[in-house]
Design a protein around this ligand. Sequence first.
Ligand SMILES: Cc1cc2nc3c(=O)[nH]c(=O)nc-3n(C[C@H](O)[C@H](O)[C@H](O)COP(=O)(O)OP(=O)(O)OC[C@H]3O[C@@H](n4cnc5c(N)ncnc54)[C@H](O)[C@@H]3O)c2cc1C
Length: 190
Amino acid sequence: MIGAKVWTASSQADAGELDLHITATHLFEHASSPTGVGFVLAVALVRPHSQGTLTLVSRDPAVAPRIDLNFLAEPGDRRRLIEGIELARRLGAAPPLADLVERELNPGPQATSRADLEASMLATLDTYHHPTSTAPMGAPDDPAAVTDRLGAVHGVPGLRVVDASIFPDVPSAATNLTVIAAAEHISRQI
Ligand SMILES: Cc1cc2nc3c(=O)[nH]c(=O)nc-3n(C[C@H](O)[C@H](O)[C@H](O)COP(=O)(O)OP(=O)(O)OC[C@H]3O[C@@H](n4cnc5c(N)ncnc54)[C@H](O)[C@@H]3O)c2cc1C
């Protein structure tokens, strides 16, 4: 199933942004399907407005920080993700995918209202593992900025950070290549 991806904008996406991914995947417990086989149309909101927090709990660097991912705290994020789920359901119900489908397992045909979809979404919520922006780049007078545009930490001479933490915002693209691109871009300039 992997080989196609929908990368599109919800009706409430910010201008010029693609905030939804729908990924076809075989990552699925096939034994849970009455036919013994199945596929997933996994829906992701890739430009969330909900922000998590990373808090140091100790001055000892060996002590893990407290991470609160705070998924879907913003109601608008829930609405946009539900829109993606509705689109995925329409794709699954239309040819050619519909010809392969015996029946929808999740949310399932009994889920007809937005409230049903929201309950299913919250019960099956997962992550892409793409957290970013805990030490974002920005201008020196921006109180939220930790580094400049080349990863140099404001106010700490000789210290540079070049990883997913310096992205000013969560990218719509996946983060692995985005980190590599940022690293190559910065390494060429220092
Ligand atoms: C399960 C999973 C699946 C993913 N799938 C995809 C995918 O399909 N596509 C995609 O684009 N992205 C994917 N990602 C996201 C992507 O891997 C990350 O966004 C990316 O690796 C982040 O890069 P980074 O350099 O910021 O951090 P990392 O890659 O985490 O690098 C941090 C490095 O710092 C080292 N380190 C930590 N502490 C110390 C220390 N005290 N001293 C020295 N070194 C230290 C760590 O060992 C590590 O090597 C996935 C992530 C996960 C977890």
